[in-house]
Write a protein that binds this ligand. Structure first.
Ligand code: DLZ
Length: 159
């Protein structure tokens, strides 16, 4: 494992599936794009490092995290897509919007995965502050996008 991916140490990376022919869609929310862009980069880099082909990784943007469920469904239902990674960042504000969005996305992505029988990965940060998000998007706590990609790879090994 490269030092850039030391945050992947939570995973057992032995016996991973061959993903050289697998097709991935990474759905990225535009809200907090400084964070979601960095999460995307981490996910993309990890997929490549573990054998995915660049031409088999597609990025699709949606406006906000609330749209991740529908965005993921559009691609999960396509026969040639093997896994979807949904990336977002919902920062706690003065209202409870974050609770509503986070719960909706968690349920929505779960439903899509079960409906289409494919990995649909929850790559959504739910921090209290922007700094906490940045710490987890290539900062002191690593990049959760790496973990989302590794989760997709491991789940493809189940099939
Ligand atoms: C409206 C909203 C707010 C207040 N905060 C966030 C956020 O922190 N992160 C995020 O990804 N999206 C946010 N949104 C936008 C919603 O996800 C959604 O795009 C709109 O409510 C339109 O459906």
């Amino acid at each position: 494992m490269s030092s850039a991916h030391k945050n992947l140490s939570v995973f057992n990376t032995e016996g991973l599936p061959d993903i050289s022919a697998k097709k991935f869609v990474i759905v990225v929310a535009e809200w907090n794009d400084e964070v979601t862009g960095a999460l995307y980069e981490g996910a993309h880099k990890t997929l490549l490092e573990y054998g995915a082909k660049p031409e088999n990784i597609r990025r699709v943007n949606v406006p906000g995290s609330f749209e991740l469920s529908f965005g993921s469904q559009v691609y999960a239902q396509k026969p040639d897509v093997d896994a979807v990674i949904a990336i977002g960042c919902v920062i706690q504000g003065e209202t409870k919007h974050n609770d509503y969005i986070n719960h909706a996305v968690a349920h929505g992505l779960t439903d899509v995965a079960l409906k289409y029988n494919k990995p649909v990965i929850f790559g959504v940060l739910t921090p209290n502050t922007l700094q906490q998000a940045l710490d987890r998007a290539g900062g002191i706590h690593g990049n959760k996008g790496d973990e989302a990609a590794m989760t997709a790879i491991k789940m493809l090994g189940l099939q």
